[in-house]
Design a protein. Structure first.
Lengths: 268, 256
């Protein structure tokens, strides 16, 4: 089973073309995009803005269907919304009428088998939620409301909500783009630690090359619209990585290389 | 001192308005048949206290009954319209058309159907006030963040889950805001209907007093209407503030 996945990939996007109706005629978001991500891998997708990176996320989670090509998760074709993905976006999107803890527990009210047990075993689930909140440094904030938290803290809670149901796949769409530089680096470390501890598969869409280089195992570069993957680069920096790695020459060299590649695809 | 002054300013302005009115009536020797002075209106209120109360009560209950119908119907229709784009597109022109009919034109029809009395008043209040409820509830549902919907759909949430967990709760501030508008409109509807065809209510009282040339009593009716309108608005403004505190504390679309 694992070997088979080694060949096909945990996430396998194969020759996908997707067009949608825009405000002024059809827009081809992706054209012949292919991407493979192994189980437990941390993959980053970078590219110029408007290149269809977010569309890629919707494809993998089955929220949109490709016009051509195929998308498969764990070797099975994706033909509708997948049930076990966690997602987080640039906007934390917490529900303002729920406490932070209740926001984090929201997926458990929807995903089976938790959904059935949620009422009966609420105490257990609340403890789980508190536990997860404390691993991202939100001890004791469970009973607060989202508006009482800073942007960085809200984003931490949003990450918890994406992970509470222990998804095999975490999809992140520029999750740290709206944060200041210091908070962003703090949250890189939060995500790194969560990933190393739990071991889920991540697809991180970002335009921050340093973020991609610091966090990912593999970085995929997308072309300008219509998007496809034009280059894939394995990051060979040893793990665990500390923030200091960002100032090493080989890190800087990697970022420069990615930057050149993106400049190239923007020209094309 | 300044804070107290500001807090009491509505009182000063209201008193000031009545004083200017009274002074103008006296100094310009305005015929009380054209515009009675506040003192004469107060006299009429004291003199006709019992009938005024009785008719005020009729107007109050027909307004509230029509309003209650409008809220129940408006919430249901709003949820249906907000649920599906197809229904929204299909029903919207019909609703706009319906809403643009001046409700005063409908009253004669209602009278033919239900006879003179309180039923046309209740129905007019209902017809005039359900529209803002529908629109606000539907808007609350329609403006849900698409990303949040994606988060839930990627968990395998059904449309019903998304409605119950996100749609309906986030619609609350929109609903409560619409109630303030709807109660005022319902009041207008009830009084319009009473003025045209009724045998009780403030609208009826004022129409009667007017045809008997009792101008102070007409204005006494107006005063009662103003007091009742303010009171009902105040109740729902308070309900709005109490029920949806979170909406005042956070902007729904705040990024980070």
């Amino acid at each position: 089973m694992d070997e088979a996945q080694g060949v096909t990939g945990f996430v396998a996007i194969d020759g996908v073309t997707l067009a949608y109706r825009g405000a002024s005629g059809p827009v081809t978001a992706l054209s012949g995009a292919s991407l493979k991500v192994a189980r437990g891998e941390f993959a980053a997708v970078v590219g110029p803005s408007g290149c269809g990176k977010s569309t890629l996320m919707k494809l993998v989670t089955g929220l949109v269907r490709p016009n051509q090509g195929s998308v498969a998760l764990e070797g099975r074709a994706v033909d509708g919304p997948v049930k076990m993905a966690g997602m987080a976006f640039q906007n934390p999107n917490l529900l303002p009428w729920r406490t932070v803890l209740d926001n984090v527990l929201l997926p458990l009210e929807i995903v089976e088998p938790h959904r059935r047990r949620f009422r009966a075993e609420k105490a257990k689930y609340r403890a789980m939620g508190e536990q997860l909140l404390s691993t991202v440094g939100l001890d004791g904030f469970g009973q607060r409301f989202p508006w009482e938290l800073s942007g960085g803290m809200q984003q931490r809670a949003s990450l918890c909500r994406a992970l509470i149901h222990e998804p095999a796949l975490l999809m992140l769409d520029e999750p740290f783009a709206a944060l200041d530089a210091f908070t962003r680096e703090e949250l890189w470390c939060v995500l790194r630690d969560l990933w190393q501890k739990i071991g889920f598969t991540v697809i991180l869409v970002t335009h921050d090359l340093r973020e991609a280089a610091f966090l990912a195992d593999t970085i995929h570069v997308m072309s300008a619209r219509p998007g496809r993957i034009v280059a894939s680069r394995t990051v060979d920096l040893p793990r665990p990585r500390e923030l200091a790695v960002c100032y090493e020459p080989r890190f800087t060299a990697l970022v420069h290389e990615l930057r050149d590649k993106i400049a190239e695809v923007r020209q094309a | 001192m300044n804070a107290t002054l500001e807090r009491l300013s509505p009182l000063w302005f209201t008193l000031g308005m009545f004083l200017v009115w009274e002074a103008a009536c006296r100094l310009l020797k305005i015929d009380p048949f054209i515009l009675p002075a506040p003192s004469q209106i107060a006299g009429a209120i004291a003199q006709y206290w019992r009938p005024l109360m009785r008719h005020s009560f009729v107007t109050l209950w027909t307004t509230v009954a029509g309003f209650a119908l409008a809220v129940a119907f408006g919430v249901i229709l709003g949820l249906i319209v907000g649920w599906s784009r197809t229904i929204y597109r299909g029903l919207y022109p019909v609703m706009i058309g319906f809403n643009s009919i001046p409700k005063v034109a409908v009253v004669p029809i209602l009278v033919i159907w239900f006879g003179i009395g309180e039923v046309p008043a209740i129905l007019t209040a209902f017809l005039i006030s359900f529209f803002p409820v529908v629109v606000n509830v539907a808007t609350g549902l329609a403006t849900m963040e698409p990303e949040l919907e994606d988060v839930l759909r990627a968990l395998g949430a059904r449309k019903m889950d998304i409605m119950l967990k996100v749609g309906i709760p986030r619609t609350q501030p929109y609903l409560f805001a619409s109630l303030k508008v709807a109660i005022t409109l319902a009041f207008v509807g009830a009084v319009v209907s009473e003025t045209i065809a009724a045998n009780a209510g403030l609208g009826f009282l004022m129409a009667q007093a007017g045809s008997n040339f009792q101008m102070p009593l007409v204005f006494a009716g107006l005063m009662m209407l103003a007091v009742e309108g303010i009171a009902m608005y105040a109740v729902f403004a308070l309900v709005d503030k109490r029920m949806t505190r979170w909406a005042f504390r956070s902007s729904l679309s705040a990024a980070g």
